[in-house]
Ligand binder design. Sequence first.
Ligand code: IMP
Length: 190
Amino acid sequence: MNKYIFASSNQNKLLEISTQLLDIRLLSLLDVGYYDEIIESGSTLRENALIKSKTIYDKYSIPTIADDTGLEVYQLDGRPGVFSARYSGEKANATDNIKKVLDEMQGITDRRARFKTVICLKSKSQEIFFEGIVEGCISNESSGDGGFGYDPIFIPNGCQKTFGEMSLDEKNKISHRSRAIQKVVDYLNI
Ligand code: IMP
C-alpha cells in the first residue's frame, strides 16, 4: 500500500477523509512524530494548503496531502474565508468564531454561504490542487454538536439541518472536503 501523510493535526478532518482513502496507508502528523505548528501565512486557501504539504514533504520525503478550508459568507464579502481559524482572534475557538459570524449576520436576510476546501497533493515531482465546494446558508442559531468548527451554523442547500446535526456519514456524502477528496481518489485511481 502506498504511504501518504495527511498534514493536519485536526483529528476530525482525518476521520472524515480516512473513510474515503481506504486503499492507501494514511499517516497522521502524530504517526510521523511531527508536533510543531505550521504557520499558515498564505493569503489564500491554495497558498496555505501548499505551505502545509510542502513543509511536511520537505521533512519526510513522503507524498503529502494537506487541506485548507474556509467558510465564505456572501454578505460578509467572503469572510471569514482564509481567516476562518482565527476569525475572532489568534486564540479563538469554534464557539467564539461562530458567535462572531452570527453577530455579524444579525438582521441580514441573505444568508448564503459556502464551504471551500483546497487540497494540495505534494510529491517529489509535483504539486497538484483539488477543490471541493458546498453551497448553503448560515442558520439563525448554532445547532447540533456533531462535526467541528462552523458545522453547527451551516445548512447545506437541500437540507433541513446543519452539518452539526448530521452524522459523519451524512456530512461526508455532500461536504466540501469529501468532494475534494473524491477528486484525489479519482486522480490517484485508488
Ligand atoms: P483549517 O483548514 O484547518 O485552516 O480550518 C480553518 C477553520 O475552518 C477552522 O476554524 C476549522 O475549524 C474550520 N473548518 C475547517 N473545516 C471545516 C468543516 O468541515 N466544517 C466546519 N468548520 C471547518
